[in-house]
Design a protein around this ligand. Structure first.
Ligand SMILES: Nc1ncnc2c1ncn2[C@@H]1O[C@H](COP(=O)(O)OP(=O)(O)OP(=O)(O)O)[C@@H](O)[C@H]1O
Ligand SMILES: [Mg+2]
Length: 268
């Protein structure tokens, strides 16, 4: 459904941010992309809705060559929440920000308003609906961006560092939104350094380094490989580490699994 074929990307400054990327992402996949700062993660995903076009090679999204499509056509199907919210927000109010995409993509006024209200309620934004998005806190801004994109239910949801600045409750909301979106059969792609957040999701993981994909595998393999994690400037998720140390394989996905094992041991 998504395919990168020999994609190399050179920024105007001359930096080669992607080097011969070959990658296929299937419909309904849950994918996380990790790697050091500057590894090329943001550059990689910005090719998905045509914001960036390959310097050489091609990216196909639903069979469409992104070089031959406009950003707005692709964005309807590939919704992207940017790393920096200030690059995304442009409306006068939170409510307008969330209804903009909906109206643009064909929802009538009443449906758009209803949908926006549901999204604002979910993300705890209702009390902020008349505020200017650019005057919000960092965490609030991110949630407005998230609500605006999730509102039109794009077939592919791309999140660039979604957990940055979110408190515990809002991270849980975000987690729920990701699980529900993916359970509905839609593809979700998450760029993150937050291994604790993605560990229980057990996504397919791409590890990037210096513009290349250096590993592509399951979280249960990649997140227990200390050398690989070190090369990506990451540390092992705590549950994976505790499970490893007590010789529990496969590693626990949540605290309840770990406690269950402990209880079984106490009974022995
Ligand atoms: N607009 C730009 N002009 C020139 N070089 C850029 C530009 N944007 C990114 N780069 C360079 O391209 C490389 C990849 O950057 P990218 O933003 O894709 O990294 P990243 O993996 O998303 O990093 P981070 O974890 O810090 O977000 C880096 O060397 C960066 O300095
Ligand atoms: Mg980035």
């Amino acid at each position: 459904m998504i395919e990168y074929k020999n994609v190399t990307f050179r920024h105007k400054s001359g930096t080669v941010a992607l080097k011969e990327i070959n990658l296929k992402i299937g419909e309904g996949e849950l994918l996380a992309i990790v790697g050091t700062n500057g590894a090329g993660k943001t550059t990689l995903i910005r090719h998905l809705n045509g914001l960036l076009k390959p310097s050489s090679g091609n990216v196909y999204v639903f069979g469409i060559d992104t070089k031959k499509a406009t950003v707005s056509t692709l964005s309807k199907r590939v919704g992207m929440v940017f790393q920096n919210s200030d690059h995304q927000l442009f409306s006068n109010t939170v409510e307008e920000e969330i209804t903009f995409g909906l109206k643009n993509f064909g929802y009538d006024y009443v449906k758009a308003k209803e949908r926006a209200e549901t999204m604002m309620r979910f993300f705890g934004l209702t009390a902020l609906k008349d505020r200017a998005p650019l005057t919000l806190s960092g965490g609030e801004k991110k949630r407005v961006c998230m609500a605006a994109v999730l509102a039109w239910e794009p077939e592919v949801l791309v999140l660039d560092e979604p957990t940055v600045g979110q408190d515990f409750i809002n991270k849980k909301k975000l987690y729920q939104a990701i699980v529900e979106t993916n359970a509905a059969g839609r593809t979700v792609i998450i760029v993150t350094h937050d291994v604790e957040f993605i560990w229980p999701l057990q996504p397919r993981i791409l590890v990037m380094s210096s513009g290349r994909i250096v590993r592509d595998g399951r979280a249960s393999d990649i997140f227990v490989d200390e050398g690989l994690l070190r090369s990506a400037n990451l540390i092992m998720p705590q549950l994976a580490e505790i499970s490893n140390r007590i010789g529990m394989a496969p590693a626990a996905l949540d605290i309840n699994q770990l406690l269950e094992v402990k209880d079984n041991w106490l009974r022995i």
